[in-house]
Ligand binder design. Sequence first.
Ligand SMILES: *Cc1c(COP(=O)(O)O)cnc(C)c1O
Length: 379
Amino acid sequence: MSMSEVDWARRAVPGVQALAPYEPGKPIAELRREYGVTDIIKLASNESPLGPSPQALTAAREAAAEVHRYPDGNAFELKARLAARHGVGAERITLGNGSNDVLALIAQAFLGPEREAVFSRHAFAVYPIVTQAAGAVARVAPAHGADSDQPYGHDLAAMQRLISGRTRVVFIANPNNPTGTWVGEDALRAFIEQVPGDVLVVVDEAYFEYARDLAGLPDASRWLDEFPNLVVTRTFSKCYGLAGLRVGYALSSPPVAELLNRVRQPFNCNAVAQAAAGAALDDEAHLARAIALNTEQLRLMEAELRQLGLTVLPSAGNFLCFDVGGGAASVNEGLLRAGVIVRPVGGYELPGFLRVSVGLPEENRRFLDTLERLISAPA
Ligand SMILES: *Cc1c(COP(=O)(O)O)cnc(C)c1O
């Protein structure tokens, strides 16, 4: 048999055979290559429009001079700072190459054939990917209906009903991406109290800093002592503006962290990222600016999208998901031709919707004006 005749898909493990890869937001350079557009704004990946803290950049540059050395595999400095910030011991922290990596570690350590993960329909795409890659079964709960006050959001009661003796992990994004919807403190606590103590509840707080300001969402990490089965994930990719460096982490009970650290690659969090993240934590003024800008601009964009007659989902993040009905594909195409990159969310079973990240005021203005033109004068 020659190499070209090998059906490699059939040689892959079953979970991977049926896996659909994650579709990231279109990079600026790709739009330039494909469409020849030059003046481009990207509002497609929930990145911080303010960029990183200047202090984080200085720390990154200093660390870059030492990249012939391996990183500190235990990230002593960064973990110490995170531990102090959260008021927990460093033995509760697992660092990742982005929080995406931490989600994969959880799946690797706790999921596998005959085991199940529970999450909601329209939830963050990484949950089905890591579940399936581990060969485990995804139990997808129906989401709230379009008429709910959290349309298409997590229905915790429906998720509860899917928990069985085979469930090892429940994933909750609070707020969820791409819907922006959330679950409040009382409902979340009540849910965790109901889950059997030997099932992990992963509360993904990627947008925590924004969500606290926008919707008063709880900091689930405060409940770690009460619930040894709770895992809270956070990231430096969103509000801290360090998406390109890849740093995220989990907070959990020490035995769970110890297991995650067994499967973690020893140097998964690189030296430049460790240094930048530590410095970013200290620049509270920069974080406050990012939060204030987002809260103000999100409210404004939400109101303007509604004025255009569009249905907009409530959001506790730095993005808005809005319904353009049958025209989603052509509106997206029109936006791309005008140099505005947003995110189609058909892959999340929301085919009529687009998701836009909150940018700088002038970027948001340009997006809104372009959208209005496209909607009022369809091609
Ligand atoms: C962006 C995002 C993440 C993780 O991003 P990383 O860059 O891997 O830290 C995790 N969860 C949700 C819901 C997100 O939107």
